[in-house]
Design a protein around this ligand. Structure first.
Ligand code: SAH
Ligand code: SF4
Length: 341
């Protein structure tokens, strides 16, 4: 398997240079291009000799992914369609705001969870992304829009089902790219075995749990049974992570008309969040062409108020990018796999 230059740390670069009879300072130069500037194409590493550039191009995916298409919504949210080295397609989203630049990154090609309301899981899982591919998303986004303030793993896929590669990515972002773990959020649909492993990382990453329902019965209308875990188990695992990471977590709640938007749901949700010291992030449903509908503005406001009345903290996700189908849950590699690069 060809490694990804984006996932090479200083030690592996030193080993590479040593094996190929280049002086050690070359490893530091590559490391600096890569980790200080997010340059992943050796052609752009100006101070390297051309034979080393060619060697790196031959021995690594450098890069493995390219921007196949992009679209920007009027509110400046940019969606990038990335073509991976094998022709598979994923999407990432660049979300600028007055104060912050956020990247929303994908972790898989497709998603095996298959939530009934989400476009990303409609065709199941094609494959996991490697750490190199996730780090390339970070680098490609940075070269395009500048260094982000926040990273959210909320694009296509269930990252905790790809735990090993996600963990390598997270650790490299912190250790090699010097990105604060407090500015990285991993969102999960509640895959409990992966959550337990995430707690084991013991770093200050943020967790967002896509709860969407305060009880198992309502949840079963949204998530197929194969990879769905009981609400109580999910909350227990989330508490464990909060303790290990020393961070409060967020409960994401996609509000869907007639499914999970009653005042009884709101009250139950508020009580859960309050008891677990969790914040709630309300995401009014973005329609994706299926049977689900977004509640009326009045229902959304009443739901929000009913949650607040329990004493729980609730924010509504600022809606960005929906005109370009870059909003939550609208991401999917709509275009079919196309041939190699
Ligand atoms: N698989 C992970 C991360 C990707 S989904 C997870 O499920 O958490 C990121 C967020 O977008 C989740 O909270 C998800 O429930 C939400 N989402 C998916 N489809 C949506 C839609 N159509 N409208 C609004 N939110 C949606
Ligand atoms: Fe997968 Fe998350 Fe979409 Fe569910 S909401 S199908 S877990 S990406």
């Amino acid at each position: 398997m060809i490694p990804f230059l984006a996932a090479a740390d200083l030690e592996s670069l030193q080993n590479y240079c040593c094996e190929h009879h280049y002086p050690a300072f070359r490893a530091k130069q590559i490391h600096s291009w890569l980790h200080d500037r997010c340059i992943i194409d050796p052609e752009d590493m100006k101070n390297l000799p051309s034979d080393l550039k060619s060697a790196l191009k031959a021995d690594f995916h450098a890069p493995g992914s390219i921007i196949a298409a992009s679209s920007k919504s009027p509110d400046q949210v940019e969606k990038l369609l990335l073509k991976l080295h094998d022709g598979e397609l994923i999407e990432m989203v660049i979300i600028p705001s007055d104060k912050r630049l956020t990247f929303c990154l994908s972790t898989q090609v497709g998603c095996p969870v298959g939530c009934y309301f989400c476009a990303s899981g409609r065709n199941g899982l094609t494959r996991n992304l490697s750490a190199g591919e996730m780090l390339e998303e970070f680098c490609i986004g940075t070269l395009r829009a500048g260094r982000p303030d926040n990273l959210v793993f909320m694009g296509i896929g269930e990252g905790l089902l790809n735990f090993e590669q996600l963990a390598i990515t997270l650790n490299s972002l912190v250790d090699d790219f010097v990105f604060s773990p407090r500015r990285i959020t991993v969102s999960t649909s509640g895959f409990v075995p992966g959550m337990k492993k995430f707690a084991g990382l013991k770093r200050e990453f943020n967790l967002a749990v896509s709860l969407h329902a305060p009880d198992d019965e309502t949840r079963s209308k949204l998530i197929p049974p194969q990879l769905r875990y009981p609400v109580a188990e999910i909350l227990r695992a989330a508490d464990q992570i909060a303790l290990a990471n020393n961070r409060q977590y967020t409960l994401e709640y996609t509000l869907i008309a007639g499914i999970n938007d009653s005042l009884a749901h709101a009250e139950k949700l508020g009580k859960i969040a309050f008891a677990h010291h969790a914040k709630i992030n309300l995401i009014p449903y973005n329609e994706t062409g299926g049977q689900f509908r977004r509640p009326s503005p009045q229902t959304i406001s009443e739901f929000e108020t009913a949650v607040s009345n329990t004493g729980a903290r609730i924010t509504r996700r600022v809606e960005r990018g929906s005109s370009e189908t870059a909003a939550c849950g609208q991401l999917r590699a709509a275009t079919k796999k196309c041939g190699g690069k």
